[in-house]
Design a protein around this ligand. Structure first.
Ligand SMILES: *Cc1c(COP(=O)(O)O)cnc(C)c1O
Length: 475
């Protein structure tokens, strides 16, 4: 007689039974008990569900203790993995928001270690021996580097924009061009941040053209400030007109209104020598007369996540005194990493050598070609059976992070095609490597752009291919 569903379920081993098996007792010596029990439970529950759904085919496998033990061990590995882990960025996108944006300079990493291991004067005035402000730490350096009267560092640039508008324009009007109402990604929209700050948006002009007279005509008693937003991730081309910051500043002066610019990626150095379009630097924006300027710490600056506000003394003081600043404040790790990143900018050459974001943008084409050829050689080394076709090719990298849209940097990439394995399966296998290797697919080839690789990544990529080839040979 066929066993009933109840009989089958009763045959499923108990948690205790599995815990007593040799491999799981062994696992208990290096995993916490709670994790082991959780893994065993979830495997048994999954087995139970499978039996209920399909008793005939599921039962023989599901009731097999060694199979369940193996599943539990692999589940333990999954549960024990960090969710936030290092990955190899072979996309060529330097400021990849999904991959953690900018890498920190070694100086910043070391400074983080020093400051996190010890107490520090985060909010302690060593001169006077009493409570101080955390906001002094990067301020002097930011002012030195940009010529701003004052500076304030908050959680990120969205917070910086929010704080400036909440402080200067709550329940009042902010005049902004329709051509600059940008969505940054992850459905984050500048107009939404502006509105949630309590400011009332007053859009002027058209998507492609906004003139000074449009701003001028929109000024009323309710106007709090004039705003300019950097078109981070798109460009309006063709029949276009934009009002320059200088013109906006002159208009602001005439009406006694502050002018605020959200620079987005805000660089402190000119990147046009590397084939990128000339964008105003943060210091040029300050010099052009903007009353407040905001930008990110982890885009072109190449530091930690942060939002930097530069501006006139009176405006920055009001922002600092806004109670909401407390909710946007940065911790000592951010300040430690930011201070050491900014110090590198005192010598621009050194900044390009030491800050990974700048170094990657500045890489020369022949260096990239050499690196691509070296990586291709390493990958071929592990392919004794000749299952891969590996070549190098000229391609294009992006700066990313909503910086410098529609501008590519010429680069070199390694292209890999594997016999009997499609590009997307290969991409997935690399992505599931430990550590994961993230490449991109172009015309059915897997591409590894060497611009964003770190020196240690070559070995990781070689080993990942060795593993994929070995696994594939087993099947
Ligand atoms: C990236 C960006 C932001 C958001 O900056 P975060 O640091 O990610 O908060 C805001 N405005 C512009 C124009 C941007 O490019």
């Amino acid at each position: 007689m066929e066993p009933s569903l109840q009989d089958l379920l009763r045959k499923l081993p108990s948690v205790d039974e599995l815990l007593k098996t040799e491999p799981i007792r062994e696992a208990l010596t290096h995993y916490p008990r709670t994790l082991v029990v959780q893994a065993v439970r979830s495997v048994l529950e999954a087995g139970r569900d499978r039996i209920i759904q399909d008793p005939e085919s599921a039962a023989p496998v599901t009731l097999d203790v060694p199979v369940l033990v193996q599943q539990a061990l692999s589940r333990m590995e999954d549960l024990n993995r960090f969710t936030l882990q290092p990955v190899v960025n072979a996309t060529g996108i330097v400021i990849h928001t999904n991959l953690g944006r900018s890498l920190l300079a070694e100086e910043a990493v070391q400074r983080l270690q020093i400051l996190c291991r010890s107490y520090n004067n985060l909010e302690y005035d060593l001169e006077r021996g009493r409570r101080g402000s955390r906001y002094v730490h990067a301020e002097a350096l930011l002012c030195e580097l940009t010529g701003a009267e004052a500076a304030l560092v908050v959680n990120n640039n969205a917070a910086a924009v929010f704080l400036v508008l909440n402080t200067l324009a709550k329940n009042r009007e902010v005049i902004v061009s329709r051509g600059q109402l940008v969505e940054i990604g992850g459905s984050f929209r500048i107009p939404d941040v502006m509105t949630s700050s309590g400011a009332v948006l007053k859009e002027v002009g058209c998507t492609n053209r906004t003139h000074l007279r449009d701003y001028e005509a929109a000024v009323t008693d309710a106007t709090a400030l004039l705003m300019k937003v950097h078109c981070s991730n798109y460009r309006v081309v063709g029949f276009t007109a934009e009002v320059s910051l200088e013109e906006l500043v002159a208009l602001g002066r005439r009406f006694g209104l502050p002018v605020v610019e959200d620079l987005g990626s805000g660089s402190l150095v000119d990147l046009s020598p590397f084939g990128l379009r000339k964008e105003p630097t943060a210091q040029e924006t300050v010099r052009a007369g903007a009353d407040a300027v905001t930008f990110s710490g982890d885009k072109l600056l190449g530091g930690p996540q942060a939002g930097i506000i530069l501006g006139r003394e009176e405006i920055v003081r009001r922002c600092r005194q806004n109670p909401i600043t407390r909710a946007l404040r940065v911790d000592k790790m951010t300040l430690a990493a930011l201070e050491s990143t900014l110090r590198l900018y005192r010598d621009e050459r050194r900044a390009f050598e030491r800050i990974p974001t700048l170094e990657m943008i500045a890489l020369q084409l022949d260096t990239l070609q050499q690196r691509a050829e070296a990586l291709a050689g390493l990958v071929r080394e592990v392919d004794a059976a000749g299952r891969l076709s590996v070549s190098v090719e000229k391609n294009a990298s992006q700066v990313g992070g909503g910086s410098l849209p529609a501008q590519d940097l010429p680069t070199w990439a390694v292209s890999v095609v594997m016999k009997d394995l499609g590009a997307s399966a290969l991409e997935r296998a690399l992505r599931r490597n430990e550590p994961p290797v993230i490449g991109r697919i172009e015309s059915d080839r897997l591409l590894l752009d060497v611009r964003t690789l770190r020196p240690e990544d070559s070995g990781i990529i070689r080993d990942a291919f060795a593993k994929i080839l070995r696994k594939d040979a087993e099947h």
